[in-house]
Ligand binder design. Sequence first.
Ligand code: PLP
Length: 362
Amino acid sequence: MSYSIRKEVLNVEKYVAGKPISEVKRELGLDHVIKLASNENPLGCSPKAKEVIKNMINDSALYPDSASYELKLALGKKLNVTKDQIFCGAGSDSLIKVLCNTFLSEDDESIMASVTFPRYDTNTRLMGAKSIKIPMKNNGLDIEAMVDAITDKTKIIWFCNPNNPTGNIFKKEDFNKVLKRIPERVIIVMDEAYVEYVESDDFPDSLELLKENPNIIVLRTFSKAYGLASLRCGYGIATEELVGYLNRVINPFDVNLFAQSAAIAALLDEEFLNKVYETNNEEKTYLYGEFKNMNLDYIKTHTNFIMINLNRDDKPIYDALLKKGIIIRPGFLLGMPQWLRITIGTRHQNEKMIKALKEVMG
Ligand SMILES: Cc1ncc(COP(=O)(O)O)c(C=O)c1O
């Protein structure tokens, strides 16, 4: 049987996700496994969001509101934009695909950093378009060079800020300079999946910039600081005009009932979010100290993960940590061999991870 699989599908690789705890337990016969691989929230989610989910269980038979009306209202209020400037999907991952479906055709180009969130590349190539990958500068995005790479074929430029997997940010002042050089016909995606963790005053205010730059699209998610990764809820902010087009492409029932309701509860629970920042900051300081003691270089992070430089092959270290029940993200899968990306966990998880890391590093 010869199926007609599109050549674009034949040419992309399957995404290798962080291993789930259940798989590692099953494959390695382990009882206790700690996952610090996918930048999930080690504190879980807001107790108020959990309560909402429990209360909605009897509504499972109904389709969710395809407009995510209440969620968009809540987000609009919080972010000071209209509800029609917001679009929602099953994770920002789903929305990255929607952006590619909306703006890219065969032979178009989209520009991204060489080491960044890999879904921009995959979804670009699935549309038959070309990914233009710009080498990193000091382990961060070279935003000048990214903008220099714009051609007549460029349709999207992807800025991941803070960048995954490096965890660093580019600054407001530097971004303002390059923004002036981006033509209005090019869509500027600001992927801010980790924005809630950023404390720096130098971080670009993308929503403010959107007011003057109608080609900006901001992407955010409930999967990280809000701790709702499993429910799959991401959102974006753009002009009402662009949101109108994106809504034609988004699957009508992408955001399920539990996700919509839990996201609203999570958004309003500032007490939980403050606990998330505090814990993340305390644990970041603890881990910086431990890495320093171990003479391991790291990239200063603005997120809930840290990239550390092993200065040696990362694959054997990753494998050895797995056998000890610690799942982290090896650099070889992220375009940074010899590095490990480690999610900041609870003190208990971090201590276990550091102990295991010391053992496997010898
Ligand atoms: C930079 C970035 N963008 C988008 C996503 C997708 O997140 P989700 O689909 O869970 O919203 C992730 C997840 O790791 C990410 O790191």
